[in-house]
Design a protein around this ligand. Structure first.
Ligand code: FMN
Length: 203
């Protein structure tokens, strides 16, 4: 919480600044702010996040041996009450910048399943953390969002974030084309409001 307000963190994962998922994320955040939440957007392009080395170093203490921007992002994620992950589809899956961050959450997998410790130490003192996933893809190929959705669910689970819902927009390719989809923008605005006002988007 931030001075009694729900803390809402958006992860803008696309390398395309002002791309479709970033525009959708901004709308979610507008909805969250309208409901009284404190909002912050983190752009992954502003951080250096190396891929996981699979060294198992985190198995000893739940900390990654690679010292880079992932630690700063994880600090923000752990503090937040609501997480919105906005990551587009690249090559039928989540884009690489987003996937690198997900793989680095292996330290939380180690915390939970190797060290058998809670990821959120004071979870009994905080409201349940909840999150939504936003995506866009150029095509409407069957299953185009399936892999990314599984990865996003896994990511949330590792970080002790309850899955609330997802908003995936096919046939959304050119930069900014989502701006002409007023229904999509309204839908995600409402999602941001619901996510932070106690309601659930879950269907
Ligand atoms: C490297 C790359 C790979 C892509 N692969 C796919 C794909 O496999 N399937 C698809 O439907 N769209 C694909 N796209 C299109 C993007 O999903 C689409 O442009 C989306 O709107 C990008 O979101 P953004 O503007 O937030 O970055 C790809 C785009 C790029 C740059």
């Amino acid at each position: 919480m931030d001075n009694g307000r729900i803390k809402c963190l958006g992860l803008a994962c696309s390398p395309r600044l002002n791309g479709n998922t970033s525009i959708l994320l901004e709308k979610v955040m507008e909805g969250a702010a309208a409901a009284g939440a404190a909002t912050e957007v983190v752009r992954l392009v502003d951080f250096s996040v190396a891929p996981c080395r699979a060294c198992d170093g985190c198995f000893t203490n739940g900390k990654c041996v690679v010292k880079d921007g992932a630690a700063d992002i994880f600090t923000k994620i752990l503090e937040a009450d609501r997480i919105i992950m906005a990551a587009p589809i690249f090559s039928m899956g989540m884009n690489a910048q987003a996937k690198a961050l997900v793989d680095r959450s292996q330290q939380f997998w180690a915390t939970r399943y190797v060290l058998k410790e809670p990821v959120i130490q004071d979870s009994h003192l905080r409201p349940p953390r909840r999150g939504i996933y936003i995506s866009a893809a150029g095509t409407n190929l069957p299953g185009v969002f399936d892999g990314a959705l599984r990865t996003a669910r896994y990511f949330f689970k590792m970080l002790d974030i309850q899955w609330d819902s997802s908003y995936c927009f096919p046939l959304t390719d050119k930069t900014g084309v989502i701006n002409s989809n007023t229904e999509a923008l309204e839908t995600v605005f409402q999602a941001g409001t619901l996510l932070t006002s106690g309601g659930s988007n879950a269907s």
